[in-house]
Design a binder for this molecule. Structure first.
Ligand code: C2E
Ligand code: MG
Ligand code: MG
Ligand code: MG
Length: 294
């Protein structure tokens, strides 16, 4: 039925294109529709917590696409498509505007002003529109740059198409943004760039967290990254923390921050608001309170 859908879509939009050669084109066309209409795209928010007491210190915005026929399409599936088919610039700009608009709305509602971290793709870096999209979005919504963190993966940071990334990261930080390296440890890069790149935060990939605390190799790697980050004055967030055992290992190892299903799955803005408003005095959601993907 994806094939049938693809044919229909191609007749509607691109009669010259042979969609049978690229079955995913139907998805590309409906993503273009989604971007034009805006109503199928959402950001969900996953809180980040202090290991010491579970306090929420910020959140990551994660893109969601509610496809009218396929239901929720995973960003791991449609972001690579968007990148390959020239939609990622627009999609990235939508994320920036949506996150900032949501933050402005939370401020109006009197909800806590926590930093939000967004993911930045390679294309946003090398197309060079990132800085202007950020500064116009911040101005439009009246949000300080300090409240909007940027997560870049190793592959984005090392993508040569982006030119020399160091002065750009320095400029972004000078304007107030904080920068995190995402999925740390999964790329092909050497450690030497950690010294060269102006970064605030290391997000330790969940591949190293999954088998804690029993896997001694992972435990050693996590300990080494924490020691290194301390020396470099960078924060570490452990990703993908799902169990109490992982959490207490990380806390004992000196990892101050975690993100993962143990505390919360990514939830819609409305679900997050409901939690906040439920909490006494509109304070923070209690640890472990946000458990349903909605
Ligand atoms: P990421 O930036 O590393 O985001 C973390 C991913 O891990 C998210 O998957 C999140 O739902 C998932 N996760 C969080 N905690 C746990 C846990 O305890 N266990 C497990 N198994 N998974 C957990 P998601 O939302 O499917 O996003 C996948 C990737 O898609 C992201 O990885 C990011 O690279 C990309 N992505 C998502 N939103 C955006 C966006 O707005 N822009 C760009 N460029 N990329 C995005
Ligand atoms: Mg991320
Ligand atoms: Mg990550
Ligand atoms: Mg990832």
């Amino acid at each position: 039925s994806a094939k049938r859908h693809g044919r229909n879509v191609s007749q509607r939009f691109r009669p010259a294109l042979d969609v049978q050669d690229s079955p995913h084109m139907a998805l590309v066309y409906s993503l273009r529709d989604a971007l034009a209409n805006g109503d199928q795209l959402e950001l969900h928010y996953q809180t980040q917590h202090r290991t010491a007491d579970g306090t929420v210190v910020g959140m990551e915005a994660l893109l969601r696409w509610r496809h009218p026929e396929h239901g929720m399409v995973s960003p791991g599936d449609f972001i690579p498509l968007a990148e390959r088919h020239g939609l990622m610039g627009q999609l990235g700009n939508w994320v920036i505007d949506e996150a900032l608009g949501q933050m402005a709305r939370w401020r109006e509602l009197g909800l806590p002003q926590l930093p939000v971290w967004i993911n930045i793709s390679a294309i946003q870096m090398f197309q060079g529109e990132l800085e202007s999209a950020l500064s116009s979005g911040l101005a439009r919504h009246g949000i300080p740059a300090e409240q909007l963190g940027l997560e870049l993966t190793e592959s984005v940071l090392l993508d040569e198409r982006a030119g020399d990334i160091v002065p750009r990261l320095e400029a972004l930080r000078e304007s107030g943004h904080r920068i995190a390296i995402d999925d740390f440890g999964t790329g092909y890069s050497s450690l030497s760039y950690l010294k060269r790149l102006p970064l605030d935060k290391i997000k330790l990939d969940r591949a190293f967290i999954r088998s804690l605390p029993s896997d001694t190799a992972d435990a050693a790697i996590v300990g080494a990254v924490l020691a290194m980050a301390r020396g470099l004055a960078m924060d570490v967030v452990a990703e993908g923390v799902e169990t109490e055992g992982q959490l207490s290992f990380l806390r004992d190892a000196g990892c101050a921050l975690v993100q993962g299903f143990f505390y919360s799955r990514p939830v819609s803005a409305q679900a997050l608001e409901a939690q906040w408003q439920q909490a006494a005095g509109g304070a923070q959601p209690s640890p472990g309170a946000l458990h349903s993907e909605s």
